[in-house]
Design a protein around this ligand. Structure first.
Ligand code: NOJ
Length: 467
């Protein structure tokens, strides 16, 4: 499958308030269908005070008025299905917004310190202690992310029960699956013991790496599979994709119950042949990788791999087997935008609105956009449509080609700086180095970024070939 990630606030505004909304998504679904995607994943649009870009949910079974109504959600599901697109919603089981009624009605559904202060040395992902004092009760609650996001206590059986109802609510409205947020945080050490000192850099980059702790007790408890299994039990037939922020070799207890987990190892791999090869091999070994190179949390592709490597990165993403996730705007070559001062962790830049056309605000809104809308160097969606040399055409061609690829990944020996792998009769090769390199022996080039001559793969160049 190719799943197209929509960040609803930045996709299309239909009512002129400057923020994208669900009706706007429907207006632009033809763009997604024309790309050839199989499904859409919508980041949260639930009622939220927006302390964490919508990942602080105040009502799970509802739609924030800024995005529309429940009937708009129903209409969106129907409109996607009409176009043959499956629909994944984003669910956030680790924490609620502090404004969710559960926090006051069911305080025992959350994790509390039994001291007048933090229970342990755990740190929050976005900095500071993971414990804050609730000014109403005076107690100290745990928050793995912002203080506005108290962690639910998945060791209280009422919590999986309540969350199962959330999944069933949306399944009954027709969604096909879920992207499940921050799954490795669902169960922590039952005794809430301190995290030990780190003995090296973290496995994957952390937003705040200042504490020098190894997050061994604050996440990914040995019995984590119990909680993941409870989510699966509530949605036996749904497509479930886990956001688990661990290396591929730690994903087994999650993959036992889920269809796929994102491969963050590849997303974060420095653009060096050895590292990319190793990340592909590790994720492919799980047999259930959800490949992803970009999302609303991390710098855009031109900012991370360099503009000259963006086409090769797209080719890599879309030729790996299984499920590939494509973030809105990547198909236009979007780079990071401006910081609007909304997200305290500085992620506004990765959430700039879509540049559709040459009208005001590039067609995103008739009002004042919540973040500036810039056209990428490759042009707006309208400029790129119909141009066979455009980034958009490149993505369309790759998705069409993807349908013809089969077989597992076999990583091949290749020239220094070249990543090459076989899938069935096809060979895929990318030059990540600074010098032109010979591609592996191939019979026929099926798709290539411009080759400088018939034999050399230029830096940033990539091919799919029969070999
Ligand atoms: C992962 C989400 O993608 C991110 O945007 C959010 O801040 C954290 N989980 C916490 O929900």
């Amino acid at each position: 499958m190719v799943v197209y990630q929509i960040y609803p606030r930045s996709f299309q505004d239909s009512d002129g308030d400057g923020s994208g909304d669900l009706r706007g998504v429907v207006e632009r679904l033809d763009h997604v269908a024309a790309l050839g995607a199989d499904a859409i994943w919508l980041s949260p649009f639930y009622p939220s005070p927006w302390a964490d870009g919508g990942y602080d949910v105040a009502v799970y079974q509802g739609v924030d008025p800024r995005f529309g109504t429940l009937s708009d959600a129903d209409a969106l599901i129907a409109a996607a299905h009409q176009r043959g697109l499956e629909v994944l919603f984003d669910v956030v089981p680790c924490h609620t917004s502090i404004e969710h009624p559960w926090f006051r009605e069911h305080p025992d559904w959350y994790v509390w310190s039994d001291r007048d202060g933090p229970q342990n040395n755990w740190r929050a992902t976005f900095g500071g202690p993971a414990w804050s004092r609730d000014p109403v009760s005076g107690g100290w609650y745990l928050h793995s992310f912002y203080p506005e996001q108290p962690d639910l206590n998945w060791r209280n059986p009422e919590v999986p029960k309540a969350f199962g109802e959330v999944l069933r609510f949306w399944l009954a409205r027709g969604v096909d699956g879920f992207r499940i947020d921050a799954l490795d945080r669902l169960l922590k050490d039952p005794q809430l013991r301190d995290d030990p000192p780190a003995d090296g850099p973290p496995d994957l980059p952390e937003a705040h790496m200042d504490a020098g702790l190894a997050p061994r007790n604050s996440r990914n408890a040995p019995d984590i599979g119990t909680a993941v299994g409870q989510l699966r039990a509530a949605a036996p037939e749904a497509l479930l994709v886990g956001e688990v922020y661990l290396l591929s070799d730690g994903l087994a207890p999650y993959l036992e119950h889920l269809d796929a987990c994102f491969s963050f190892e590849l997303l974060h791999a420095p653009w060096e042949a050895d590292r990319v090869r190793a990340a592909i091999a590790a994720a492919a070994a799980t047999g259930q990788a959800a490949w992803v190179l970009s999302n609303h949390d991390f710098p855009r592709l031109p900012d991370r791999v360099g503009p000259q490597n963006v086409r090769a990165a797209a080719l890599l993403l879309l030729t790996l087997p299984g499920t590939a996730f494509l973030y809105q705007g990547d198909e236009l070559g979007m780079a990071d935008g401006a910081d609007g001062g909304h997200d305290r962790a500085g992620r506004d830049r990765h959430r700039a609105p879509m540049p559709w056309d040459a009208t005001d605000n590039h067609g995103f809104t008739a009002g004042e956009p919540w973040l500036p809308v810039d056209a990428p160097a490759d042009g707006t969606a309208e400029q790129q449509a119909g141009d066979p040399a455009s980034m958009l055409a490149w993505y369309q061609a790759l998705i069409a080609l993807r349908r013809t690829l089969d077989g597992d990944v076999e990583v091949l020996d290749a020239a220094p700086g070249v990543v090459a792998f076989r899938r069935g009769k096809h060979v895929i090769a990318l030059n990540l180095g600074g010098e032109p390199q010979p591609p592996p022996a191939v019979r026929e080039v099926v798709l290539a970024t411009p080759l400088s001559d018939a034999v050399a793969l230029p830096p940033g160049g990539a091919i799919v070939a029969v070999g």
